[in-house]
Design a binder for this molecule. Structure first.
Ligand code: NDP
Length: 308
């Protein structure tokens, strides 16, 4: 059993900011990367709203810089995933990793982020990685000169649809309502793109195709009219679900699974367990806010360890 003072779960903006602060306080934190090192930002293309980058910054590049910054001060980042935990109220915290490693920690910061939300159709599940994807940045280039469909009405859907026009001949943007959650500037950008056709009030009933995606079947919620749209790729851009399944038997979460923080601090319902970023943020879910929460969690964890 390895013994650690502070373990940080996740290495998105929250986890790595926490790591920078904790490492600068000489705690030499152990950061467990999770499935997607760098977190969701590595899957986005250009980040235009992270302060300090007047011309925008590539998401992968931003996370790479944070990773190097944390390591420069002594943070250790390992590529592994948590498989189970045993959390206590202020006593020793135990974590088991996919690699088989077992760790005892005095304090833990959960910055595990969120995972993509899917429509939940059997056909969608069956055709995952055969034309069904939740990451346009990762898979978009496979659809050069083909038609694709994107589902969702938030900023991700607008961004993914616009990004996909770099490759695809046509992008259908399918949204279940006629109002968009996305910011007006993103909607305008998508509307102005001649390769994007926006179809509103449309619910997707099926992803069509046996071995690979051949189209989607939708119906109009107002007229009930059914229609099949031929396409080779389907991208779910439906938001995300907090990655807290492993922890919610130990700490308080809300009805959607977001970790509940105590008294406007980063502490969870257990002493010694702190949380930051999208897994504990049902409201803002922005990289810069996640980074701020990571800073707060590190400062709270440092104080907790000093008092201990
Ligand atoms: P959101 O939660 O904002 O949007 C999710 C969209 O998916 C909604 O339009 C929702 O529809 C739709 N949806 C959810 N479930 C289903 C379903 N089962 N069937 C059909 N449609 C469904 O998530 P985003 O990922 O778009 O954005 C998350 C956060 O990240 C936001 O704060 C956003 O501003 C930010 N962001 C910022 C970017 C940028 O600035 N460059 C880029 C991407 C994201 P409905 O509206 O009907 O609920």
């Amino acid at each position: 059993m390895e013994k650690e003072r502070l373990v940080i779960i996740g290495c998105g903006p929250a986890g790595l900011t926490a790591a920078i602060y904790a490492a600068r306080a000489s705690l030499s934190p152990l950061v467990i990367s999770g499935q997607l090192p760098g977190g969701l930002l590595t899957q986005t293309s250009e980040v235009e709203n992270f302060p300090g980058f007047e011309d925008g910054v590539n998401g992968y590049e931003l996370m790479d810089k944070m990773d190097k910054q944390a390591k420069r001060f002594g943070a250790r980042v390992i590529f592994d995933q948590v498989s189970s935990v045993n959390f206590t109220d202020g006593e020793t915290q135990t974590l088991k990793l996919m690699s088989g490693k077992e760790i005892e920690a005095e304090a833990v910061i959960i910055a595990a982020g969120a995972t993509p939300r899917w429509l939940g159709l059997d056909s969608e599940e069956r055709l995952k990685n055969r034309g069904v994807s939740a990451c346009a940045t990762c898979d978009g280039a496979f659809y050069r000169n083909m038609d694709v469909a994107v589902a969702g009405g938030g900023d991700s859907a607008m961004e993914e649809a616009t990004f996909l026009t770099k490759f695809a001949s046509k992008v259908y943007l399918i949204h279940r309502r006629d109002e968009f959650r996305a910011s007006p500037i993103m909607v305008e950008r998508a509307k102005a793109n001649p390769k994007i056709e926006i179809i509103t009030n449309a619910v997707i009933d099926e992803i069509l195709g046996e071995k690979e995606v051949e189209g989607i079947a939708v119906h109009d919620v107002k007229t009930q009219e059914k229609r099949e749209i031929p396409c080779k790729g389907f991208f779910a851009a439906l938001g995300h679900i907090p990655a807290t399944a492993l922890y919610k038997d130990f700490i308080e979460t809300d009805d959607k699974g977001y970790i509940i923080l105590q008294n406007n601090r980063s502490q969870t319902s257990l002493k010694g367990i702190f949380a930051a970023g999208d897994c504990a943020d049902p409201v803002y879910r922005q990289a810069i806010h996640a980074a701020g929460m990571g800073c707060a969690a590190a400062m709270d964890a440092i104080k907790y360890l000093e008092e201990k």
